[in-house]
Design a protein around this ligand. Structure first.
Ligand SMILES: O=C[C@H](O)COP(=O)(O)O
Length: 259
């Protein structure tokens, strides 16, 4: 089964709504958006930018899709400061990142919370980009596969095979995020391959073959091609480099560079 590559830019807490408009316009121009078909290209702006991005994408009929960086596990009610899946769906979001290591680390999100958010995303027809990945001590102890697979297990409780077949996974070793320490292509393949094998055990080979698995952690235009050449890596979740539309467009053209 062929999986269309996905390159997603996680802007994190950067770019206000005016900067978001300028960035998406520049990205669309740099990609030659109307003709670009090598990969699905997504941006994941802060919540406050989403309406502006939606207006631009709809108005100019861009192929770029967009999503949010998080959502509430609840569907509505007295949850001050939270944003529901229904609100994101109404804004035309395709994706929502769930379980990013920065949410786990700074907001105490554990596997049950991540699982509840995955289920909330499916209730509102959003596609989760589920992030897993080990910190440096786990990597140094050689536990990266077991750790990442265990986060996957924790996130997929009560997720059906039909739902799971549409999920996007992102393997993001914490030690490689924002540090310039990119994992080697073999490092990325080791864990991405293990995640796919686990999907086959939890569900079946068809589900495992359908799921796109991204690598994230200091991805740049000069290291993307080696990562994308790995059989179980289907794209990238890009942080810092996604804030520069020219550089991000180059990352999205990985296959032209490697091919
Ligand atoms: O979600 C993206 C990752 O945290 C990677 O961030 P980075 O590309 O800045 O290392």
């Amino acid at each position: 089964m062929s999986r269309k590559p996905l390159i997603a830019g996680n802007w994190k807490m950067n770019l206000n709504h005016l900067e978001a408009i300028a960035t998406v316009q520049k990205l669309a121009f740099a990609l030659n958006d109307k003709d670009f078909d090598r990969a699905e290209v997504a941006v994941l702006p802060p919540y406050t930018d989403l309406r502006s991005v939606q207006t631009l994408v709809d108005g100019d009929k861009l192929r770029i899709v967009y999503g949010a960086q998080d959502l509430s596990q609840h569907d509505g009610g007295a949850y001050t400061g939270e944003i529901s899946g229904a609100m994101l769906a109404k804004l035309g979001c395709t994706f929502v990142t769930i379980g990013h290591s920065e949410r786990r680390q700074y907001h105490g999100e554990d596997d049950p919370v991540v699982n509840a958010k995955v289920l909330a995303a499916y209730r509102h027809s959003l596609t989760p980009i589920l992030c897993v990945g080990e910190g440096l001590p786990v990597r140094q102890a050689g536990g990266q596969v077991a750790y990442s697979v265990s986060q996957l297990d924790g996130a997929l409780n009560k997720v059906t095979a039909e739902q799971a077949s549409s999920i996007v996974l992102a393997y993001e070793p914490v030690w490689a995020i924002g540090t310039g320490e990119v994992a080697t292509p073999d490092d990325a393949q080791e864990v991405c391959g293990a995640l796919r094998a686990r999907l086959a055990e939890l569900y079946d080979g068809e589900v495992a073959a359908a799921v796109r698995i991204l690598y994230g952690g200091s991805v740049k235009s000069d290291n993307i091609s080696g990562i994308m050449a790995q059989p179980d890596v289907d794209g990238a979740l890009v942080g810092g480099a996604s804030l520069d539309p020219g550089e991000f467009a180059k990352i999205c053209r990985f296959s032209e560079k490697s091919g």
